[in-house]
Design a protein around this ligand. Structure first.
Ligand SMILES: *Cc1c(COP(=O)(O)O)cnc(C)c1O
Length: 365
């Protein structure tokens, strides 16, 4: 069976180091807000080539905290609008609605699966305060026009970088393009912890400070509370694991890019639409997502042939029970994407036999 993602194998590569640092954390007697987290934040700042990094508990919290910090700093308030792609993972939008902000869903581009930047301006109202771009599946969503548009309307650009750590747009890291970015280190992400964790990055020192305080009960001095904060800190154990794995991220990204290129060059089928890679380095292939109007049939066929695939995502977020007030929304491109996409196995630990098996099965479909 070609697994969609063999996490056991991913972490087995580093198991000696992971066990070593786990023992160090256990023996240190210090489990939160210590040296491992400091080291991880510094390492992420170096990796991002600038800005401030604040380690938090998970990717959803990273996005919640950015918006909450902008609210505390007076840049936006309850009822304001945030523009966001309609086909994203629901966490992007939960970060918005949790703060009682209004998500304004915009259709993606069918070729890139990313927010269609041409559709944004018509959605801007006097209440719009931010554009949340999602670098979906690992491909950067950015343009110079987007920056001008945000400047013209005084909007913040927030990047949901949960899937794209390591990508570059014209030499700049994703997560360092906009005003602030949220990262996820969920185990299956390109930089995965061995549990939940996330981070916020921003060039804005004031915002970074507000996020840090908010993530620690709204307090920067013990028992003195400036904001009604939450408890959203990365623990020392996860930071220690990430300090090990961050060293190998570039290598793993290169491997993902090699596999994606192999798929693109060798999958030949007029029934399938392969993903658009963009410029070199623009895509870090968190997911390799193809489209076909025979999606369910293809998934069954691959399963029968020993290849595990997933659908990202089967149901649009605005058709979920929790957002039942959005029932009337109709977004045909988003709906088409949810009906046609299929994610093939891609991970740095796949071997050539597995990769060829996927290609051969697809070419025979
Ligand atoms: C994974 C993910 C998140 C949430 O991250 P968690 O760490 O799981 O909370 C947010 N947005 C996108 C696009 C994601 O893929």
């Amino acid at each position: 069976m070609v697994k969609f993602l063999d996490l056991q194998k991913v972490n087995a590569q580093y198991s000696v180091d992971l066990k070593q640092v786990a023992a160090e954390v256990i023996d240190s007697g210090w489990y939160l807000q210590g040296e491992q987290v400091k080291q991880f934040e510094a390492g992420l700042e170096v990796f991002q080539e600038g800005g401030h990094a604040v380690a938090v508990a998970n990717g959803l919290d990273a996005l919640r905290l950015i918006l909450r910090a902008y609210m505390e700093l007076g840049f936006m308030q309850e009822g304001d609008e945030v523009i966001v792609p309609a086909n994203t993972y629901i966490a992007t939008v939960l970060g918005i609605t949790d703060n009682k902000l209004i998500p304004v869903l915009v259709e993606p581009d069918l070729n890139t699966f990313n927010l269609d930047l041409n559709l944004i301006e018509s959605k801007i109202t006097s209440k719009t305060k931010a554009i949340m771009v999602v670098h979906l599946y690992g491909r950067v969503c950015w343009s110079n026009e987007l920056v001008s548009l945000a400047k013209k309307h005084n909007l913040k650009i927030i990047e949901d970088n949960a899937q794209a750590i390591g990508a570059l747009w014209n030499g700049t890291r994703s997560g360092n393009l906009g005003d602030a970015a949220g990262f996820s280190f969920y185990p299956g992400k390109n930089l995965g912890a061995l549990g939940d964790s996330g981070a916020v990055t921003t060039k804005d020192a004031e915002l970074a400070k507000a996020v840090r305080i908010l993530a620690n009960y709204g307090s920067s001095k013990k028992y003195v509370n400036q904001y009604q904060g939450l408890n959203s800190r990365m623990d020392e154990m996860q930071a220690a694991f990430l300090n090990v794995k961050l060293r190998y991220l570039e290598n793993e990204t290169l491997r993902r890019q090699e596999i994606a290129n192999y798929y693109i060059e060798n999958i030949k089928s007029d029934k399938l639409v392969l993903p658009n890679a963009g410029d070199l380095h623009e895509h870090v292939w968190h997911l390799f997502v193809i489209r076909t109007n025979k999606r369910d049939e293809l998934q069954d066929y691959l399963q029968e042939n020993g290849i595990q695939t997933l659908i990202h995502y089967p149901i649009p977020l605005y058709k979920q029970e929790c957002y039942s007030y959005m029932v009337d929304i109709s977004l045909p491109i988003t709906e088409q994407i949810h009906q046609e996409v299929l994610s093939l196995p891609i991970s740095p630990v796949m071997n050539i036999d597995e990769i060829e098996k996927v290609v051969m099965a697809l070419n025979k479909f």
